[in-house]
Design a protein around this ligand. Structure first.
Ligand code: AMP
Length: 239
């Protein structure tokens, strides 16, 4: 069976199980939120919503939002809450979120967390959100970020230190030239970490206080971390 056929199969199997509901993946840049979100899409049959990806799409398409966000993103700072919340609102209103969704890189400020809480109140049929923080030590994060290379065609993520492509700079799957995100350079990474410490750490405390919060160790093989996240979410839903 091809991998796309098997992921369709696993998606169908996931649809017959209880709804996973909204899952928030929290943690600093490079911790593996995007990679884990993609694993959860396959295992839980719900969509990944990455605000970073949505913003990059807007930048590439030169939309009014993209034009406003471009410079801010290139400095490693955060795009204003009102713009990001509006973008997330439009995405959450799509019907594929009915059984839940995986938010990757959102909320990143207390204002965004408050907006999401208010939306939950307006949608009382939605299951409560479960926040999962992925933890990895700083040096590991630095290697993950500065070594990260993406395939612009199939979106496979490589790492020049830990998961290099067979041929340097080229995607194993489709031969496309790999690219490095402009904000993955070390100086910008340091700024993104500063932003994370100042603005996103309080969001973690917010979800911890609400009690629907768990930490997982992200310094393990991808499949092990994914299994841990799925088990954690299931425990909360069955509690
Ligand atoms: P990411 O791919 O999640 O690391 O995001 C890349 C960049 O997009 C960030 O450094 C921010 O400039 C912007 N961004 C992504 N998500 C958000 C968010 N929730 N709030 C504000 N800015 C964001």
């Amino acid at each position: 069976m091809s991998s796309s056929a098997s992921s369709v199969e696993s998606g169908r199997a996931a649809e017959s199980t209880p709804a996973p509901g909204p899952i928030l993946l929290l943690g600093p840049p490079g911790v593996g939120k995007g990679t884990q979100a993609k694993m959860l899409v396959k295992q839980c049959g719900i969509p990944q919503i990455s605000t970073g990806d949505l913003l990059r799409e807007n930048v590439a398409n030169c939309t009014p939002l993209g034009l406003e966000a471009k410079e801010i993103m290139s400095r490693g700072e955060l795009v204003p809450d009102t713009l990001v919340n509006e973008m997330v609102a439009l995405r959450l209103d799509r019907p594929d979120t009915a059984r839940g969704y995986i938010l990757d890189g959102y909320p990143r400020t207390q204002g965004q967390a408050d907006w999401l809480d208010a939306r939950q109140v307006e949608h009382p049929d939605n299951l409560p959100v479960i926040a999962v923080q992925i933890k990895v030590n700083y040096n590991q994060l630095l290697r993950r970020i500065t070594g990260r290379r993406n395939c612009p065609v199939c979106e496979t993520i490589y790492n020049t230190y830990m998961n290099p492509p067979e041929k340097e700079g080229v995607c194993n799957l489709d031969g496309a030239a790999l690219v490095q995100r402009a904000d993955d350079q070390e100086e910008i990474f340091v700024e993104r970490m500063r932003t994370y410490e100042a603005l996103t750490k309080p969001v973690i405390d917010h979800y911890r206080a609400l009690g629907r919060f768990a930490e997982v160790d992200g310094d393990r093989p991808i499949e092990v971390v994914a299994a841990d996240i799925v088990a954690t979410v299931r425990q909360f839903r069955e509690a």
